[in-house]
Design a protein around this ligand. Structure first.
Ligand SMILES: Nc1nc2c(c(=O)[nH]1)N[C@H]1C(S)=C(S)[C@@H](COP(=O)(O)O)O[C@H]1N2
Ligand SMILES: [Mo]
Length: 540
């Protein structure tokens, strides 16, 4: 191995050790992010606009995995860089480690759930472990570092230094200290120490993560079940075409789309969590999780959609939400007439705001939800509480891991995504989606089920029409719905002839507005256009 690659390897391993050490320090506080996670959170918060587009496009909604891989690569690269510096001049590489510790500390301080203590201890421990590791490994790998002087390197046979001071006067050659002759950068030494340190770093890192998850699980106060609900929402019977391949009316929690900026799901200890109603109110209201549970809970069936959902996309779902009517909490706080906007803020600093006038319509469900489909809110969907407001895209309304409901004016504050160019007001647009037949399905001539869902939450869907190969529009059969706040399942039996065909669908909302044909992209306020699907039907 060349001197350069041995130096780089020492740096990568030392940086890994430093990182693993900070993960262990992170265990000091179960709710706080580890220093690495805090830095990732800052990264996402800073580059969200650009990142979200790229990350969602490249990695689907699971940008967290991509971030982890990216972070490991960055840390490895920096370790190698620091080692290169350190090999030339004592303490310079260490300074790089210290700078990174400082970055972790700053990120912890800035993070809404961060801990300055974790950040500070992490910075010190990480720098010390990184430094000790770097020096030790450089030594083991036969890289000699003369303090502030030129390099002196004894090769594996313990021969004369192979790198000499540039002034090349033989008399001035710094002779390696005696022990250098025995410490070598032999292949065996490098492989043994490399594998040993590497294994220790990975084990420690994974253990810290495992212990952290176990600690959080132990402190987790997600109740086994929801309290009984007095005011339940009856569900409609399944349609006759339920087995056609159409999406189920209620989306199971495990299948419900997940969209958020969180690198790791925020962790909330419910005993410590409070929901506060603040801002332009007569008196601030503060409720605990137990108090929320003890209130008169109601159920609402509401379809939630993401503004990033492309035509035909899957970022939409329908659930039975259990919670406290938002209007009850607002009435208790006494909203100042000057208030024109309601902003929800999450424990991790996300915000979503909508015009207060949205709540003027008493038939529009708006909940502080603590339950989803009969279970306590899953962590991915905002445990312990989130907002659900019918008819508004999630990014302006559906704050998960809710900690504050702030009454303010529309001018005074913009929610998280508004800064990134998304529309301030964002009612959910009328959409319809073909679930079956799927693209590439093996279809045979005869009756083929064409089915899907259509939604226009709060306005309701009045009609769904299907057209084949640009022919006449035919009315699809509609399933029954709990209310206008949910999607509707639709179905049309199609007598398919062999050949290539184009299926198109469009919905009409409860106001009689037909879904527009012209395609429009998701930015700034949601996609438009008819969902089309090309299929091939084979002969018998
Ligand atoms: N705290 C928090 N709440 C959030 C978000 C977020 O990033 N952080 N994303 C919003 C967006 S863009 C959508 S579409 C919905 C998605 O909710 P779900 O993940 O439960 O489907 O949550 C909203 N609430
Ligand atoms: Mo969204």
């Amino acid at each position: 191995m060349t001197r350069g690659s041995r130096t780089a390897l020492a740096g990568v391993l030392a940086a890994g050790a430093a990182l693993a050490a900070t993960e262990v320090v992170g265990l000091l506080d179960a709710t706080a992010p580890s220093p690495l996670l805090a830095v990732q959170n800052r990264f996402v918060a800073t580059f969200a606009g650009a990142l979200k587009e790229v990350a969602v496009a490249l990695f689907g909604t699971h940008h967290a995995g991509a971030l982890t891989v990216g972070s490991v690569l960055v840390v490895a690269g920096l370790g190698a860089f620091a080692a290169g510096l350190e090999a030339n001049r004592r303490w310079v590489g260490v300074a790089v480690f210290a700078a990174f510790g400082l970055l972790g500390l700053l990120a912890e301080i800035r993070d809404p759930q961060g801990s300055a203590v974790v950040g500070a201890i992490g910075a010190v421990v990480g720098t010390v472990i990184g430094t000790v590791g770097l020096w030790l490994l450089l030594d083991r790998f036969g890289i000699r570092v003369a303090p502030g002087a030129d390099l002196v390197f004894a090769d594996r046979r313990g021969l004369a230094p192979s790198v000499r001071p540039h002034d090349a006067d033989p008399a001035s050659v710094v002779e390696p200290p005696p022990r250098v002759a025995t410490v070598t950068g032999s292949r065996r030494e490098v492989v043994l120490w490399g594998l040993g340190t590497g294994a220790a770093v990975v084990t420690t890192g994974l253990l810290a993560k495992g212990v952290g998850d176990a600690v959080r699980a132990g402190r987790s106060t997600i109740p086994a079940a929801l309290p009984t609900v007095a005011d339940t929402a009856p569900l409609p019977p399944p349609p006759t075409f339920a087995t056609s391949g159409v999406s189920p009316y209620v989306t199971p929690n495990g299948d419900f789309y997940v969209i958020d900026t969180a690198v790791q799901l925020p962790f909330v200890v419910t005993d410590e969590w409070r929901l506060r109603v603040t801002g332009l109110v007569r008196r601030e209201v503060e409720v605990s999780y137990a108090e929320l549970q003890a209130r008169g809970l109601v159920e609402e069936v509401v379809t939630l959609a993401c503004v990033s959902n492309e035509v035909g996309g899957s970022l939409v779902g329908n659930a039975v939400w259990t919670g406290v009517p938002l209007r009850d909490l607002l009435a208790e706080a006494g909203v100042d007439p000057a208030a024109t906007q309601l902003v929800g803020e999450s424990v991790d600093g996300f915000t979503a705001g909508f015009p207060l006038s949205v709540l003027d319509d008493p038939d529009r469900p708006a909940l502080v939800a603590i339950g989803m489909n009969g279970e306590p809110l899953p962590r991915a969907h905002g445990f312990p509480a989130r907002l659900v407001v019918s008819g508004l895209y999630g990014y302006v309304s559906a704050t998960k891991w809710l900690k504050e409901i702030r009454l303010t004016t529309l001018e005074a504050e913009d929610g998280y995504w508004i800064h990134q160019g998304w529309a301030k007001e964002a009612p959910i647009k009328t959409q319809s989606r073909i679930d079956v037949p799927r693209t590439g399905a093996n279809l045979v001539e005869g009756t083929v089920a064409v089915a899907g869902v259509a939604w226009a939450p709060n306005r309701g869907v009045e009609r769904v029409e299907v057209r084949i190969d640009g022919g006449g529009w035919r009315d699809a059969e509609l399933g029954r719905v709990a209310s206008d706040d949910t999607w509707v399942q639709w179905y049309l039996p199609w007598d398919a002839a062999r050949g290539d065909h184009l299926i198109e669908v469009r919905a009409t909302d409860g106001d009689g507005e037909v879904q527009p044909e012209e395609p429009v992209g998701v930015l700034p306020d949601g996609a438009e256009g008819w969902h089309r699907r090309r299929v091939v039907v084979a002969g018998r």
